[in-house]
Design a protein around this ligand. Sequence first.
Ligand SMILES: NC(=O)C1=CN([C@@H]2O[C@H](COP(=O)(O)OP(=O)(O)OC[C@H]3O[C@@H](n4cnc5c(N)ncnc54)[C@H](OP(=O)(O)O)[C@@H]3O)[C@@H](O)[C@H]2O)[C@@H](O)CC1
Ligand SMILES: Nc1ncnc2c1ncn2[C@@H]1O[C@H](COP(=O)(O)OP(=O)(O)O)[C@@H](O)[C@H]1O
Ligand SMILES: [K+]
Length: 479
Amino acid sequence: MYIYKSSQIKEADKWAEEQGMTAFTLMELSGVGLFNAIKQDLDIHKHHFTIIAGKGNNGGDGIVLARYLQIAGVRCTLFFPLGLPVSAASKAHFDYYSSLGFSVSTNLPDQSGSILVDSLLGIGVKLPLRENIQHVMDWMNRQVAMKVAIDLPTGAASDDGDCDKHAFKADRTYSLHGYKPSRFLFPAASLYGETKVVEIGLPHTSNWKVRSALDVAKSLTYSGRNTHKGTFGHGLLIAGTKDMPGSAALAASGAVSCGAGKLTVQTEKEAVPIIASHVPEAMYQINPHIELDHSFDAIAAGCGRPSNDKMETLIEELLAQSKPVILDAGALYPRSYAKKKCPIIVTPHPGEFSRMTGKEIVYVQRTRLEAASAYAVENNVTVVLKGEYTVTAFADGSGYVNVTGNDGLSKGGSGDVLTGLILALVLRNKNIKEAVADAVYLHGYCADKWKEAYPAQTMRPSYISQIIAEAANEILKET
Ligand SMILES: NC(=O)C1=CN([C@@H]2O[C@H](COP(=O)(O)OP(=O)(O)OC[C@H]3O[C@@H](n4cnc5c(N)ncnc54)[C@H](OP(=O)(O)O)[C@@H]3O)[C@@H](O)[C@H]2O)[C@@H](O)CC1
Ligand SMILES: Nc1ncnc2c1ncn2[C@@H]1O[C@H](COP(=O)(O)OP(=O)(O)O)[C@@H](O)[C@H]1O
Ligand SMILES: [K+]
């Protein structure tokens, strides 16, 4: 499924119009698409729909939906509390609707029917909400009904996570043509409820997508013939200290459980027996340097390591060699990647990303897609900006939003496991973009599997590696 900013939707509409697809027709396609999607999800004949429409094209979608519901014999009433439609396509649909003898009102009813549809504002919203609409929103939020938003909940921004305090709190949202970025950006994301995309027949042009099980399955099935441990790559994990051996153990377990052919852990001498007791498959190295002609196929560095001069020296060595490098935790600091000779993947959580970029965490969180993408393009690196709806942004401006994972992962050590998973999949898949996005998906999927069976709080980061096998099986079954 694709993600579109409001400017991209407007461009798509303009392009379609230039090809002869009028705004009136696009609105018809939106309305019929909404009707079909809602009919599929709900027993519409058992409900009474109250549709609250605005003066723009979001309101127009509500008018078309109301017509299809009325024609199907479903109880439906249409209200324009802000006044009658003003946009040309909405006016035309309003006239057609009225010509069929269906009535409308400009006053709010005493109470909503069992389904309340928010068709007030969509991507044309400019926050904050004006006073004239605030009381309408408050009335809508007070109603006891199933609350359904068209395109986006009124009062949520489209392209960032901003929202108004009077915004509509939807149980379900039907988004047209693609998700809007705010679906994945807090606080707006919490207004959407369950969200579905309604196709309206426009071709897809966005290079931002939500990663799906189908995309990931490829990574899990490749095995090959006549293979040996070298086939699946030799990874180097630079992680852990004598005080923090656990991070290295978690990342190493993640890497071997997810398919790394061979793994060497570079760590402090005192940490070796502890890590080895968790990961007997790994080999160990104490020398804290990387030679230019090393024999590893990919390197991950930083888990359980402090940010200090020693780390910076190591990173200079890493940037000078040519194999893919994953940088996490102590390896994440503001620096230039201009002289790098290798593909770089940085995996910050929002706090680390704020430290790397000098931007406030609140700003980072509200603009995660934009902020991660700008950094990836500017520095020619891959960015995995972690958290709920992890954003993976690539140097070519494209990216993925991840929808797997849950609060069971909100525990120290989850990020270390992810680094191990990314290392393993980068070793196995020459397509780094796929490898990174797949690792992020799989990591979250393991947590979702746990949460299906047990309370999220009982999840431990170390379980992720144990769940991978079953999770991989399920992903394959889903596709
Ligand atoms: N390809 C697709 O996906 C297609 C999408 N389509 C649909 O079109 C929708 C976009 O329609 P749009 O551009 O007409 O804007 P829309 O969201 O109706 O808002 C404009 C209205 O909001 C008002 N308003 C704004 N801010 C406000 C505030 N703070 N407080 C109060 N009022 C405020 C503004 O008032 P004004 O500023 O003009 O006075 C104006 O009346 C899109 O979301 C989708 O549903 C399809 O129909 C076609 C194909
Ligand atoms: N509520 C959540 N929903 C989805 N993923 C989450 C959630 N909380 C944490 N995670 C994931 O868990 C991992 C935490 O990483 P990080 O903050 O680096 O932890 P640590 O450094 O302690 O290992 C990230 O992959 C993040 O996306
Ligand atoms: K809406």
